[in-house]
Design a protein around this ligand. Structure first.
Ligand SMILES: NC(=O)c1ccc[n+]([C@@H]2O[C@H](COP(=O)([O-])OP(=O)(O)OC[C@H]3O[C@@H](n4cnc5c(N)ncnc54)[C@H](OP(=O)(O)O)[C@@H]3O)[C@@H](O)[C@H]2O)c1
Length: 285
């Protein structure tokens, strides 16, 4: 397989004019953290977009890797997330600045409310989301968060926020892979100018043995992971596969030198069965 760096990775425009790279590297507390793998992604693969969260517990380690890479901050797209235990106006502002300082950066490119339910006592979820969002809007105006968004928000959460806020979220990051295609939510986001970003593109590995995906992989002489990542990209969905292994990170980046045919896209599109491999926000009011 030929090696192609992703520094010319296509981008997706946000409603505020920023451009988010369509492929990023996920990080998480699930399955560990590898300094070598992150360094490899940044310095050998040309990965410039990293997704993390306070919840994942690796902000300091990531900050160290970013510093060690020697890459200028302006070359990177860093997404971080606010954990619901930090919701509320003051707590949200403090949590964001604390996250910046743990990662050794002055700003985030994108800062997301991680989950629609508040874990802090106070008002209703709706009231807490609105109050928290006000803090994010200010962080955005101050330049601490160049773009702001939400994660795991469904249409009813977004509709409420629309009534309660002044800036609509720039991004909604939601579970998205062939088994989980929330088409109504995707359509709503497109209509409202919210970029749809998908997490768990490999369904945490569950999709990799699917016979349809394996057949398409064989036809294109690619791996099932590359097929799933490519499928997200061809659907215009920002995607953030996670791996702690150098060879898999390399593999997951080699997705810009081939194309799935419409029949492949449709066959994968038919695999939706509604399962969640992460969490399901359906019952959050
Ligand atoms: N906003 C949210 O609520 C939320 C929720 C979940 C995830 N996320 C974000 O999305 C990112 C990705 O999601 P995810 O980690 O849940 O799932 P994922 O990316 O679908 O799958 C990750 C799993 O697949 C394995 N893997 C990666 N590349 C592979 C390859 N080429 N071949 C075979 N196996 C491979 C990884 O193992 P190894 O590490 O051992 O390679 C890991 O077990 C996370 O890191 C996080 O940044 C956000």
């Amino acid at each position: 397989m030929t090696f192609a760096p992703v520094w010319r990775c296509p981008t997706v425009p946000l409603s505020n004019g920023l451009q988010i790279p369509i492929l990023g590297l996920g990080t998480s507390h699930d399955g560990g953290y590898s300094h070598d793998a992150i360094m490899y992604a940044l310095t050998e693969c040309g990965m410039r977009h990293i997704d993390t969260a306070k919840r994942y517990g690796c902000e300091e380690k990531l900050g160290k890797a970013i510093k060690e890479s020697g890459l200028p901050r302006s070359d990177l797209w860093l997404t971080n997330k606010l954990w619901p235990a930090d919701y509320g106006y003051n707590a949200a502002k403090k949590a964001c600045l604390d996250s910046c300082s743990r990662m050794g950066v002055q700003y985030f490119d994108l800062y997301l409310m991680h989950w629609p339910e508040s874990l802090r006592p106070g008002g209703s979820n709706r009231e807490m989301r609105a109050e928290t969002w006000r803090a994010l809007e200010e962080l955005n105006e101050e330049g601490v968060c160049r773009a702001i968004g939400v994660s795991n928000f469904l249409v009813h959460h977004l509709e409420q926020l629309k009534e309660d806020c002044s800036i609509m979220p720039h991004v909604n990051q939601v579970e998205y892979h062939p088994f989980q295609q929330p088409s109504g939510l995707i359509e709503y986001c497109r209509q409202e100018g919210i970029v749809f970003e998908g997490y768990s593109p490999l369904a945490k590995g569950q999709i990799l043995r699917n016979p349809i995906v394996c057949q398409i992989a064989e036809k294109h002489q690619r791996t099932p992971a590359q097929i799933c990542i490519r499928w997200c990209i061809q659907n215009g969905v920002v995607t953030i596969p996670k791996s702690t292994k150098k060879n898999r990170i390399h593999e997951n980046c080699q997705v810009f030198d081939f194309q799935l045919e419409q029949a492949d896209m449709d066959a994968i599109g038919n695999l939706h069965d509604g399962r969640h491999v992460s969490w399901d926000p359906t019952n959050v009011e």
